[in-house]
Design a protein around this ligand. Structure first.
Ligand code: ADP
Ligand code: MG
Length: 342
């Protein structure tokens, strides 16, 4: 097993938005996310819009600081680095690829000039910059188009230029936020193939956010984010005949909590409580027995909630009190009537 390069534990990111009038609203973009990625691994991150995927990348890339929990990359605890150390981390260890690669590129410069520009900004100038830029374009298989202006390149080629730039500082971690979001399926495939070969050849660890569930076939593992937490992981399993298939695994958080897919809960009409039993094969989660359900759902209907639970408990107490009172009353009454009879 290789070492983990990324370790997120109970990662929390809260954005505070100041509204007019001085009030502020909190958005909990990451709500206790646990994630481990091995060095050299290539993972995909999927999830609905707003689930926290970009926030996760921004934290991993040192663009945003965690509000709570830990994000450890290599030996660096990103939440504890000084501004300066975080800046250094971002410049030396991470490469970013965005959805609209072209947005960070300059359309009237050639491909090679676009790659040279950030090199120049980081202090590499003249011939060394040109040589390095040519090398980078070769890595992304674009050397033939080096002299073309960016506006003459296709979307896929522009994204290759963006990837070349992301590799300029020899990062150990490549973060890509929907890198194929604006590309057609065929071009997207070529970009995934390129990322995969860079992952293999350079041993580059990659975290790729995608809206495309089909990303599973391009990466080692896919994690699904829901409401700022890891909801499931899809891993590749080799079959005995040499083929492979994908298995989706639910995630246990650090406290042993599990999120069960809503469809399963609906299918088995499981509402708020479950029976957990062990069997020879594992742990079985079932709808509670009928009498159990009836006892708890008859008076409050379908939507049981904490208030209901408390009132149920209070009700039981009253019943118990009433029954002991009535027992006492019965015995007093019987003694009394016996006495009268005598
Ligand atoms: P995704 O990339 O999965 O679509 P994001 O990470 O962009 O999700 O967003 C997660 C949540 O955090 C959303 O509710 C979004 O509105 C909010 N959010 C993201 N970035 C910011 C920010 N800079 N300021 C305030 N809220 C933000
Ligand atoms: Mg996003």
């Amino acid at each position: 097993m290789s070492e983990p390069l990324i370790l997120c534990e109970n990662l929390i990111k809260i954005y505070r938005l100041n509204q007019e009038g001085g009030a502020s609203v909190e958005v909990q973009a990451l709500q206790g996310l646990d994630l481990m990625v091995n060095a050299g691994e290539m993972i995909g991150v999927v999830g609905a819009s707003g689930s926290g995927k970009s926030t996760l990348l921004n934290v991993l890339g040192g663009l945003d600081r965690p509000t709570g929990g830990r994000a450890i990359i290599g030996k660096k605890d990103l939440g504890r680095l000084s501004e300066r150390a975080l800046d250094e981390y971002r410049r030396q260890q991470v490469g970013f690829v965005w959805q609209q690669g072209a947005r960070n590129l300059i359309s009237y410069l050639t491909a090679i000039e676009n790659v040279e520009l950030p090199l120049t900004l980081s202090g590499i100038v003249g011939k060394p910059a040109r040589v390095r830029a040519a090398e980078l374009l070769k890595l992304v298989d674009l050397q033939e188009r080096a002299g073309h202006r960016l506006e003459e390149l296709s979307g896929g080629e522009q994204q290759r230029v963006a990837i070349a730039i992301a590799l300029a500082n020899n990062p150990s971690l490549l973060l890509a936020d929907e890198p194929t979001g604006e590309l057609d399926t065929v071009t997207a495939q070529t970009i995934y193939d390129l990322l995969r070969s860079l992952n293999k050849d350079l041993g580059l660890t990659m975290v790729i956010v995608s809206h495309d569930p089909g990303i599973a076939k391009h990466v080692d593992r896919v994690v699904a984010v829901r409401d700022g937490k890891l909801a499931s992981e899809t891993v590749r399993v080799e079959k005995s005949d040499g083929g492979e298939h994908h298995v989706e695994l639910a995630i246990l958080d650090a406290a042993g909590r599990l999120q069960i897919p809503r469809e399963y809960l609906e299918e088995f009409e499981i509402k708020r409580r479950v029976l957990i039993e062990t069997t020879d094969e594992g742990i079985l989660i079932r709808k509670p027995e009928n009498h159990h359900e009836r006892e708890h759902s008859s008076s409050a209907g379908e939507q049981a909630h904490p208030e209901y639970d408390r009132s149920l408990q209070a009700g039981n107490e009253t019943l118990r009190a009433q029954s002991s009172w009535s027992k006492m009353w019965q015995s007093v009454k019987s003694r009394f009537t016996k006495g009268v009879r005598k």
